[in-house]
Design a protein. Structure first.
Length: 79
């Protein structure tokens, strides 16, 4: 199971900021991304979303989302 956690690096050790579902001595892989870099990535993604959706009204986007959800539900139910 993958988890996204926030941690602090202190005295050479990563200390999680919340409880994690990991057994004692279980090996895990950690990808270190600074909060600054994480926020930059999120900002770039949000800017791309805003650029691509600027041409459409909220009503048009809502209609398309509802239509897509319905199509997925129909596929899932084998229709």
């Amino acid at each position: 199971m993958s988890q996204l956690i926030t941690a602090i690096f202190e005295n050479g050790v990563f200390r999680p900021m919340q409880n994690v579902d990991v057994k004692e001595h279980e090996k895990v892989t950690i990808k270190v991304v600074s909060m600054h870099d994480w926020q930059k990535r999120i900002d770039r993604i949000m800017n791309k979303i805003h650029e691509k959706t600027a041409l459409y009204s909220s009503e048009e986007m809502e209609f398309d989302i509802i239509q897509a959800v319905n199509e997925v539900r129909e596929e899932k139910n084998g229709r």
